[in-house]
Design a protein around this ligand. Sequence first.
Ligand code: SF4
Length: 318
Amino acid sequence: MQKIRTYGSYFREKYGYRVEKIPLAIGGFTCPNIDGTVAKGGCTFCLNDSFSPNIAKNKDKIFLNLSSKENPIIDSQINQLISQINSNKIEFKKRGIANKYLAYFQAFTNTYAPFDTLKKLYSTALEQKDIIGLSIGTRSDSVEDDVLEYLSELSKTKEVWIEYGIQSIYDETLQRINRGHDAKNIEIAIKKAKDYGLNVCGHLIFGLPGENQEMMLNSAKAAFDWGIDSVKFHPLYVVKNTLLANEYNRGEFTPIELDLYIDTLIKAIEMMPKDIIVQRVTAGIEDETLLAPSWCGKSKNFLMAKIKEELAKAGYAY
Ligand code: SF4
């Protein structure tokens, strides 16, 4: 049985203790693909709340758009950051499952703000007790060189990751999901981040509209070849009140079946270099906002058990 390298095992090998990511949703961040800078409406599947529960919790707090130079970060945003870190640490400690943490800037585009704003947020997160590093979720078209330089400097003493949504290497797919950039843009961004010495995690989605298995696997192969250090595999699922929900309701989009998803996942893992860290093998949402496929609404335990069982049959332990 071949062991798939997990994020947990990477940290235990490197530091000798358990590290968890604390998901953050800082009010005021938005996305250039939503606010009209790149496009309007965002990716067709995006209802950002569903990807980050912290957003839903903080909906009552309205902050000015952080991407504007006119809106410097304010104390209540910094306090929100600290409070999200502390409340998550309490939860993890209650469950006794972590010693140290990464601050995971997850919701929206977490480099889409002036450099001084970003520096303040990242450095404040790193000043908090037991935070050993950062993981920053962003878009390949939204990271300036000064941010890369700063993160590169930080990475000499801290654990620093940048997470890019790759999704697909097919421009026709990226256009169809209104991604707002092409595949070349992603390739350049990943290689550039690697040149700056940063750890890169790439997100891939299987089941995008118009894609067959060969296309999904070609995207995975390209991402591995571009030098990503870690990968998150996701199925595309449809959430209510999204553009994708309209396509689904009109019968223009058919979600991926569980069997095909798992088969594609196994084939991707078979061609993946062994040192790549797998952070995620599926995703879903267990509430009434999910439209389809229904298997993405099954409990996380059920899905993980099924995927682990199929991986084991193929000779992989996860
Ligand atoms: S890049 Fe992310 S936040 Fe922006 S529209 Fe797409 S999924 Fe939503």
